[in-house]
Design a protein around this ligand. Structure first.
Ligand code: ATP
Ligand code: MG
Length: 359
């Protein structure tokens, strides 16, 4: 009989900022991949609550509430704290320490040129008064990831620029402190003595789901999201608001519009999708209202079991159970993150013995 496979599973790290509840964009952009890979990989799922302070420093109560909401959403979709590790960023000191060291390895202007930061500054109306910590979060995210030495980072398209920065930091740290030759191919870093592999982004089935405004990406902060916890009525109402600009049932429609992204994304019967696309593009007596009703039904069918599971954590003792789950996961996460920090410090000439956290 072959021996059971005891080789360690490759790791995944990904997470969400507690700035609201989870929406359909999260589902197709990242959650589906997390669920699919939960057994093949050792998964670390991070609640980036420190990053929520970059835009909500004066609203700590909201951040705390959103932390619980995100946890409810995770459990509702089937992320499993028995098989995966749920981590609270503010309770992992190694992340903050690595951020400090990493900030020395990226030119300031390189951070400010990050296109995702630029888009966020514009779409969230941050103007020129955003705090110093706002661009710093992009460096912090490199530490979120590298603290766990993962191979894969399942994210939506908007995160690709951040992952690219993280890959640059990973290469640079390994070259400067771990003696890895700069000509080394990314995949060969571990064999060349690197502390961490060069992680790869894994984009979901839909990398960028547009919001109900039909313009910007669906986002917690932009008021254009359909939440996993919305009631069937709310879903119907929000889908009905998707703007297409089409005037009549017989006007040839543009199937690259926001409504049809939802059609392709949520109606799982391919033949029906093809039929709707065909009739809509020819203006064959099919109104937006009809298509919207079908989309809302498909979304509601998908969300039904998610709503039912979520209700289990909306009870009065729910918060205590959630706190237990996140404390337990964070304890395990600290073992890995502390080990990473120890390895990194050792390479940096800062090895003065292993410390123990009293967590
Ligand atoms: P915020 O508005 O506060 O930035 P958000 O809606 O962008 O919130 P995040 O917590 O920043 O959500 O992102 C969590 C994950 O979900 C990331 O991997 C991100 O790429 C992905 N994601 C967010 N919005 C979408 C979307 N509209 N389509 C696909 N993936 C998305
Ligand atoms: Mg975001």
């Amino acid at each position: 009989m072959p021996a059971p496979d005891s080789s360690p599973r490759p790791r995944i790290l990904t997470g969400d900022t507690p700035t609201g509840r989870m929406h359909l964009g999260h589902f197709v952009g990242s959650l589906e991949n997390r669920l699919r890979l939960q057994d093949q990989y050792e998964c670390y799922f991070l609640i980036a609550n420190m990053h929520a302070f970059t835009t909500r420093a004066e609203k700590p109560g909201e951040i705390r509430e959103s932390t619980f909401e995100i946890l409810r959403d995770w459990l509702a979709v089937g992320m499993d704290p028995q098989r995966s590790t749920f981590v609270l960023q503010t309770e992992v000191p190694a992340i903050a320490e690595l951020s400090w060291f990493f900030s020395m390895l990226i030119p300031f202007n390189r951070v400010l040129r990050n296109p995702t930061l630029k888009t966020e500054i514009e779409s969230k109306n941050l103007g020129d008064q955003y705090p110093f910590g706002f661009p710093l979060y992009a460096v912090g995210q490199c530490a979120d990831i590298l603290a766990f030495r993962p191979e894969l980072v399942p994210v939506g398209e908007d995160q690709v620029a951040h992952i690219e920065m993280c890959r640059e930091v990973a290469r640079r740290f390994n070259q400067v402190y771990a003696g890895v030759d700069p000509h080394t191919e990314d995949d060969d870093y571990p064999a060349a003595g690197a502390i961490w592999p060069i992680p790869k982004a894994l984009i979901g089935r839909v990398g960028r789901l547009v919001g109900t405004d039909g313009k910007q990406k669906m986002s917690k902060s932009l008021g254009n999201a359909i939440y996993l916890s919305d009631s069937p009525k709310e879903v119907k109402k929000k889908v009905a608001q998707i703007f297409t600009g089409r005037q009549s049932l017989t006007e040839p429609g543009d199937t690259s519009n926001a409504l049809f992204q939802y059609v392709r994304c949520f109606i799982r019967d391919e033949a029906r999708v093809a039929e709707l696309e065909d009739r809509y593009s020819r203006g064959d007596n099919i109104g937006d209202g009809h298509v919207k009703a079908e989309v809302a039904d498909a979304i509601n069918a998908m969300l039904e079991p998610i709503r039912a599971r979520r209700a289990e954590y909306e009870t009065p003792d729910g918060e205590a159970r959630l706190t237990e789950i996140i404390r337990d996961g964070t304890r395990r996460a600290n073992e890995i993150a502390e080990e990473t920090l120890y390895l990194a410090k050792d390479k940096m000439g800062l090895g003065f013995g292993k410390r123990r956290l009293g967590l």
